[in-house]
Design a protein around this ligand. Structure first.
Ligand code: COA
Length: 324
């Protein structure tokens, strides 16, 4: 039997209108535009306004992806949504978005893999399509991470932003996704975590103690090393050489991490999609936001080979090699 591939047939994204620049941050936290740009490459981030949720951003990104693909919501047979900032504990944000789109009846669930959430979701959706279980799948990465930010903590508050991206995947006899690699190591949980939940207890402090805890320097080191081996593993799994890649679409956490991965692949920065300057780290939203920007700006073209990768809390790390 001829293999079935999952092909991306449409992309979409959404950002909150409110923009917070590095200069804005200088007004209320002890930092500088120069420090943030030199250490991270970030210039600004989008921040959800009061009442604006992950589901709102996911819904908009999904509508745009469906429109680009020419697929009706009622045709979907699966929605997989990567997020660590769901609107409510349950139902899942995927279910909330499904109902708003009018896709009622199809399978819908969230994936929590921190910043690797979208690439995990893509890997899962790929398996559903390859197995013949699903034909048209909506994959979303959406976050309102700034809700978990302590705005007085300069080590973390300068790094994050809000946003969402989505793709429509369809079954095809043409490639498609060649390979996905998903990994996790829970042994690293305390380097990057938000240790509050239904069993741990919310605290009597601002934001109920819901805040990101991060050992930045340690995360940086493990991320670079892990992504180096991940991109090599992914090329092997897809039977491709680095020289055959047209674009690297990395997780947008820190420009220096992105540059290290590009160097490992011997790819010039002209072949790397960078949006961290405009969006900061939007966790699960980061890779699909960068992909949609790359498609809509005309950089990424049909038939080109893309390598997507992400790294996040858990630790989790994941990649996808595909022909667009
Ligand atoms: N503004 C100004 N100074 C700051 C600052 C800020 N926003 N945040 C930290 N500093 C200070 C520190 O206090 C430290 O001061 P000291 O030398 O007097 O102690 C100094 O800057 C250097 O801190 P350090 O942590 O060594 O900086 P760094 O070069 O490692 O950069 C990160 C910090 C967080 C940008 C970097 O480690 C990083 O990006 N790590 C990965 C984070 C990440 O990607 N997380 C998400 C993964 S999905």
């Amino acid at each position: 039997m001829a293999p079935i591939y999952a092909r991306i047939t449409g992309t979409g994204s959404a950002l909150p209108e409110r923009v917070l620049t590095n200069a804005d941050l200088e007004q209320f936290v002890d930092t500088s535009d120069e420090w943030i740009q030199t250490r991270t490459g970030i210039r600004q981030r989008h921040v959800a306004v009061e009442g604006q949720t992950t589901g709102d951003l996911a819904f908009l990104a999904a509508q745009r992806a469906l429109e680009a693909a020419g697929v009706k919501a009622s045709e979907l047979d699966l929605i997989v949504l990567g997020t660590t900032t769901p609107d409510i504990i349950f139902p899942s944000t995927a279910c909330l978005v499904q109902h708003r789109l009018g896709a009622n009846g199809c399978a819908a669930f969230d994936v929590n893999a921190a910043c690797s959430g979208f690439v995990y979701a893509l890997g899962i959706a790929d398996k559903f399509i390859r197995s013949g279980q699903s034909k048209k799948v909506l994959v979303i990465g959406a976050e309102t991470l700034t809700r978990m930010v302590d705005w007085s903590e300069r080590e973390t508050c300068v790094l994050f932003g809000d946003g969402a991206g989505a793709v429509v995947l369809e079954a095809s006899s043409e490639p498609g996704i060649y390979a996905t690699c998903l990994h996790a190591d829970g042994g690293y949980k305390e380097l990057l975590w938000n240790p509050v939940g239904v069993s741990v207890g919310f605290k009597d402090e601002p934001n109920h103690g819901v805040r990101i805890n991060m050992s930045g320097r340690e995360v940086f080191k493990v991320a670079v090393k892990t992504l180096d081996s991940l991109v090599e593993e992914t090329l092997r799994a897809g039977g491709m050489e680095a020289s055959q890649l047209d674009w690297l679409i990395p997780h947008q956490a820190n420009l220096r991490i992105i540059e290290a991965t590009a160097k490992r692949l011997n790819m010039p920065m002209e072949q790397v999609i960078v949006t961290v300057d405009k969006h900061a780290n939007t966790s699960s939203g980061s890779v699909p936001l960068a992909l949609d920007y790359a498609v809509r700006s005309g950089k990424v073209q049909r038939g080109q080979n893309l390598l997507l990768e992400a790294f996040g809390g858990g630790f989790t790390w994941a990649s996808a090699l595909l022909r667009f």
